[in-house]
Design a binder for this molecule. Structure first.
Ligand code: UDP
Length: 478
């Protein structure tokens, strides 16, 4: 394990590395093993390591990180029973069930590993455990061992508020959502700007699963943690943050966007194909559409075909991530060539490239990229906003519907491609974003948000920098 920074006596070093040289300088982390949760946790690790804390990461075999890419951290595997380490589930109901089962399955092994680590480091040398809000059993184990915990919610403040409001939403009849229902467009007055369709929800038959997930998450935060860390920032969600703070007895640290504080952390589970960054160099500024639906969302073979021919018909240059398993029923190892319609590559060779997985932050930062067709995962949304890139949103599940609502209605930096995908409407949506006045206005507003994000993350009194300072002080006081 790496020692804390060597020079701990000078006042400058103490300011930069407040944890260095103190007795309690270990922070333990336990991410939920999904890409969209692993990335922010590793970025948080980078931030805390930069402040002098030694980092220990607990992880499951499922989606395990590669320790070789983080030589400064220590990794502690927490085995889960056979059958839980296979391929990631696809349907949202299965993801929700998998998250619950994973937490419970690793409880006993985590208790043993944590006890051993506390003994090895000496209990006093460990400041706290930061765990994903979805891992209630992990919070319970730490609490039983008298170790303070902090909760990391990797989504927006608004999505946390939605989980916290679940009992009310059910009681008032907003949930479960009746898919055939006229109510879909009804505003949720208690949770503006959400309409019923924007709430985090799941099929009616699995509604109880989602209620339980929400209850576990809120219990972890309100009953067992000594603070909530959110990967969001003041300029984006001031009102939502005020609401979360009002309802919580523990402090809230809005320290996002974390990817702006911590370099691309080597936490990608798939190998990022960097070969197309150079290809982007040849294109005019803001001319290329980047298309990616994140690590979990999947579409029907029909939707893929309509998406492909819509992209082709738009005439817009593009870089498209077709990851293994993007299409339902296509083997998870299926390459993009196998998933794309015949003739697509030949038709678009002049102005398009398809990759299995991209270095997304760098792609979005590239001056040639002028639009992002996204599934509206929270990381993708904030990564796009921070580069001033407007979005076409095609939400699939979870918080993606709510994020889309904010993109279109609150920040007005993109719009939803809803309903059945048809190549004609896809073409029109792409042109609207990339070449119309409307799209240019969204791009201008995204540019303003990019500046606002830069202010929040600037060292001179930026709100997120101050929140990190407060978080470090809080951790030292636990
Ligand atoms: N990502 C990536 N390469 C890709 C697509 C996505 O590195 O080709 C990263 C992206 O930068 C983001 C994460 O994967 O940090 C996806 O998280 P998000 O919350 O957007 O969606 P999820 O995968 O959880 O649905």
């Amino acid at each position: 394990m790496a020692p804390p920074p060597a020079d701990t006596n000078g006042s400058d070093a103490a300011a930069v590395y407040p944890a260095a040289g103190r007795r309690r300088w270990h922070v333990l982390l336990f991410p939920l093993p999904y890409q969209g949760h692993i990335n922010p946790m590793f970025r948080l690790a980078g931030v805390l390591h930069g402040r002098g804390f030694a980092i220990t990461v607990f992880h499951t075999d499922f989606n395990a990180p590669d320790p070789a890419r983080h030589p400064d951290y220590r990794f502690v595997p927490v085995p889960v029973p056979d059958g839980m380490s296979g391929p990631a589930p696809v349907a949202i109901e299965d993801v929700v069930a998998h998250i619950d089962a994973m937490g419970r399955a690793c409880e006993a092994a985590f208790r043993d590993r944590l006890a051993a680590v506390l003994e090895e480091y000496s209990r006093d040398a460990v400041a706290c455990l930061v765990a994903d809000t979805h891992l209630l059993p992990v919070f319970e184990v730490a609490t039983r061992l008298a170790l303070p915990t902090l909760a990391l919610r990797t989504g927006s403040a608004a999505s946390y508020a939605c989980f916290a409001a679940y009992p009310m939403l059910c009681e008032k009849g907003y949930l479960p959502v009746q898919v055939q229902d006229l109510q879909l467009d009804m505003p949720v007055n208690e949770l503006p700007p959400f309409r019923v369709r924007d709430l985090i929800h799941i099929g009616k038959d699995s509604h109880d699963l989602m209620c339980e997930m929400a209850a576990r998450l809120v219990t972890a935060v309100t009953k067992l943690s000594s603070g909530l860390i959110l990967n969001t920032f003041d300029a984006l969600e001031r009102r939502e943050l005020e609401g979360v703070r009002r309802d919580l007895a523990v402090p809230v640290f809005d320290i996002g966007p974390l990817h702006k504080f911590s370099p691309v952390g080597g936490s990608s589970l798939l190998c990022q194909d960097r070969s197309r960054l150079e290809w982007l160099d040849a294109w005019a500024p803001e001319s290329v559409l980047y298309v990616s639906f994140g690590s979990l969302a999947s579409m029907s073979a029909r939707d893929l075909v309509e998406t492909a021919w819509g992209i082709a018909g738009s005439g817009v240059p593009f870089l498209w991530v077709v990851r293994p398993g993007l299409v339902h029923g296509c083997a998870s190892e299926g390459s993009h060539q196998q998933q794309l319609p015949e003739g697509f590559e030949a038709a678009t060779r002049e102005r398009g490239r398809v990759v299995a997985w991209a270095p997304q932050e760098e792609v979005l930062r590239h001056r040639a990229v002028g639009g992002f067709w996204t599934h509206s995962g929270w990381n993708s949304t904030t990564e796009s906003i921070c580069e001033g890139v407007p979005m076409l949103c095609r939400p699939y599940f979870g918080d993606q519907t709510g994020n889309t609502r904010y993109v279109e209605h609150v920040w007005r930096v993109g719009f939803e491609v809803g309903g059945d995908l048809e190549r004609g409407s896809v073409e029109a949506a792409i042109r609207r974003l990339m070449t119309d006045k409307d799209g240019a206005e969204m791009r201008a507003r995204a540019g303003e948000l990019k500046k606002a994000a830069a202010v929040c993350t600037s060292g001179k009194g930026g709100s997120s920098c101050m929140a990190i300072d407060k978080l470090v002080t809080h951790i030292m006081s636990l």
